[in-house]
Design a binder for this molecule. Structure first.
Ligand SMILES: [Zn+2]
Ligand SMILES: [Zn+2]
Length: 396
């Protein structure tokens, strides 16, 4: 495909892509429940005459496009889109608002699916000139962090064996025309940590006969904040947040136990190891010094998204060739997590951000907010970059 013919194909598909995105937006489905979404994807991929595999990672779908041009060493690139929605009641008053009470595409995954289906439609028409394969992977349950791993366990990266992967996240904090691309870490690790401080309950007026877990908890929370400031290099970014604290039943009762839930975000695997070792160590040592105990556990755990330098360069060049891209930001790391990291850990890849916000049009709500929306002008931009990058990878 020439540079011009790629842009022309994207323009031709834009109306259909917007309609597709709005259909998904009206029919949001939560993690591992994406059956309607999966059925639309599967029938679209089948209509493009791709090999279609369903139930990859429970509700995931894969489409395989095999190029017809012979090559000595055909390579395979995977383009990934996540497809789940969130348990949020949509506050937008738009004609394409969610028709499912309490569920909403508040992260833009509806747009990701529409984009990758469009990339598939464009590239499927090019199969005679393609050497190598392109796998379109539609992943369930990103928000609950589990879909990517289950897809890999079900063989998403085998047959044909995947050599590299790319994917995008629409990003409302960035304006339309801006994209974020960088080598190295782009999304942080994201873990949910749980700390249970156990003491011994009793009368609030007779503390000497109790072990107060609330006092121990107060010290633990304060001390945990020293881990990032004193034990992580100031040149690295990391976050420890305690988001919830629950304990106690009455003003004059010393509680038996306190429950804390929090999150840890890091970009560097060594920082991650350090914090995940030191949080329980520090918390338990403080607890025992005050005659209590502290039990530590991890619920959700996602590694950081780390981009391969060569793949980031391919995406960078694809973005530079896309005329609707007005700014490419290399300083674009985010403290949110995304389980695209499982694919990026398995094969070299690049995950990047495509601006979807528009202040002039009032599209400013953050991701996961009930008023979240995207400027649909982001859809052709993402499509064009992914299409160019996939073609460039297979050509190299
Ligand atoms: Zn999200
Ligand atoms: Zn998301």
């Amino acid at each position: 495909m020439t540079n011009d013919s790629i842009s022309v194909a994207v323009v031709e598909h834009t109306d259909d892509m917007i309609a597709l995105r709005r259909d998904f937006h009206q029919h949001p489905e939560l993690a591992f429940e994406e059956t309607y979404t999966a059925s639309v994807i599967a029938s679209r991929l089948a209509a493009m005459d791709l090999e279609v595999r369903t139930k990859i990672g429970r509700t995931g779908v894969i489409g395989v496009l095999r190029g017809h041009r012979n090559s000595v060493n055909p390579r395979t690139i995977m383009i990934r889109a996540d497809m789940d929605a969130l348990p949020v009641q949509e506050a937008n008053n738009v004609p394409y608002a969610s028709q499912s009470p309490g569920k909403m595409h508040a992260c833009g995954h509806d747009g990701h699916v529409a984009i990758v289906l469009t990339v598939a439609a464009i590239l499927a028409k090019q199969r005679d000139t393609l050497s190598g394969n392109i796998i379109f992977a539609f992943q369930p349950a990103e928000e609950r962090a589990g879909g990517a791993k289950e897809m890999i366990d079900d063989g998403a990266l085998d047959n044909p064996k995947v050599d590299a992967t790319i994917g995008l996240h629409l990003w409302s904090p960035f304006p339309i025309g801006t994209v974020g691309i960088k080598a190295g870490p782009i999304f942080a690790s994201a873990d949910e940590i749980i700390l249970k401080v156990r003491g011994q309950g009793g009368h609030g007026a007779i503390p000497e006969q109790s072990v107060d877990p609330i006092i121990a908890t107060a010290q633990i929370i304060t001390a945990l904040q020293t881990l990032v400031s004193r034990e992580i290099s100031p040149r690295h970014a990391a976050v420890v947040t305690i988001g919830t604290v629950h304990g106690g039943t009455a003003f004059n009762v010393i509680a038996d136990e306190v429950d804390m839930h929090g999150t840890v975000r890091t970009y560097d695997p060594a920082d991650y190891e350090h914090l995940m070792r030191r949080i329980p160590e520090l918390a338990n040592n403080i607890a025992t010094s005050m005659r209590a105990t502290c039990e530590f556990s991890v619920d959700v755990s996602i590694p950081p998204c780390i981009n391969d330098a060569k793949m980031a360069e391919i995406v960078q060049r694809a973005a530079e060739a896309t005329t609707s891209v007005t700014e490419i930001r290399a300083d674009c790391s985010q403290t949110v997590g995304d389980d695209m990291s499982y694919f990026l850990n398995a094969v070299p890849g690049c995950y990047f951000l495509v601006g979807a916000g528009n202040v002039a049009r009032g599209i400013t709500a953050t991701h996961h907010n009930a008023s979240f929306d995207i400027d649909e002008a982001c859809l052709p931009i993402g499509t064009e970059i992914l299409t160019r990058a996939a073609l460039a990878f297979l050509k190299e």
